[in-house]
Design a protein around this ligand. Structure first.
Ligand code: HEM
Length: 175
């Protein structure tokens, strides 16, 4: 593999187009990157019963081995915030990204696009965000408004978080 001064170490090879494509699976919050395909709540229910319930519970309520995917609405500003897909996630498109790349945890990246859309439809329906007859695809999923979509601020206003591009260190950092 070459370094920036042209030196080689005699091992490694350039990544192939196919390898790069395999990594290039990010879905943007606005839905950019979503593939063709579609899925219904009913299809998602059957898939989840077969592939997800064993870890997340029959209705996504969570178990000792995997987090709850449903519930927690209105709990974020209480002593016991329950952060789930329904109560915490700002974008429904991220649900597609996460399920496609990481779930089922015992067989990541084994699902087809229509299966991922169906699971998105089912989990969003279980959280009361889309109706039972919803169909998720590259047009409808980005249009879903998540309950906590306004719960995030950008840029991050916290004093100890500063823009990496324009690094002006807080006074204390230099002493
Ligand atoms: C169709 C099947 C499945 C779906 C749709 C699914 C969906 C999800 C989602 C949306 C999350 C993120 C939860 C969050 O951060 O709020 C998650 C996390 C997780 N799931 Fe699944 N899951 C599935 C199957 C499984 C299976 C079979 C297992 C166990 C083998 C599993 C284990 C986990 C674990 C351990 C996490 C936490 C990961 C972490 O925090 O990094 N899931 N799953």
């Amino acid at each position: 593999m070459f370094t920036d001064n042209g030196q080689t170490f005699g091992f490694g090879k350039p990544a192939t187009e196919a390898e790069i494509a395999g990594w290039d699976i990010a879905i943007q919050p606005d839905g950019t990157g979503l593939p063709p395909g579609s899925g219904t709540v009913k299809e998602g229910e059957a898939l989840f019963a077969r592939l997800g319930a064993k870890c997340h519970g029959a209705k996504g309520e969570g178990t000792a081995s995997a987090p709850a995917l449903v519930g927690g609405a209105g709990t974020l500003n209480t002593d016991k915030p329950l952060k789930t897909v329904g109560s915490y996630w700002p974008y429904a498109t991220t649900l597609y990204d996460f399920i496609h790349r990481a779930m089922p945890a015992d067989r990541p990246q084994s699902l087809q696009p229509s299966e991922v859309y169906a699971l998105c439809a089912y989990l969003l329906h279980l959280n009361g965000i889309v109706p039972e007859d919803a169909v998720m695809d590259a047009q409808t999923l980005p249009k879903v408004i998540m309950p906590n979509h306004a719960g995030f601020t950008s840029p991050d206003p916290r004093p100890d978080v500063f823009d990496t591009l324009d690094v002006t260190l807080p006074a204390t950092a230099t002493s």
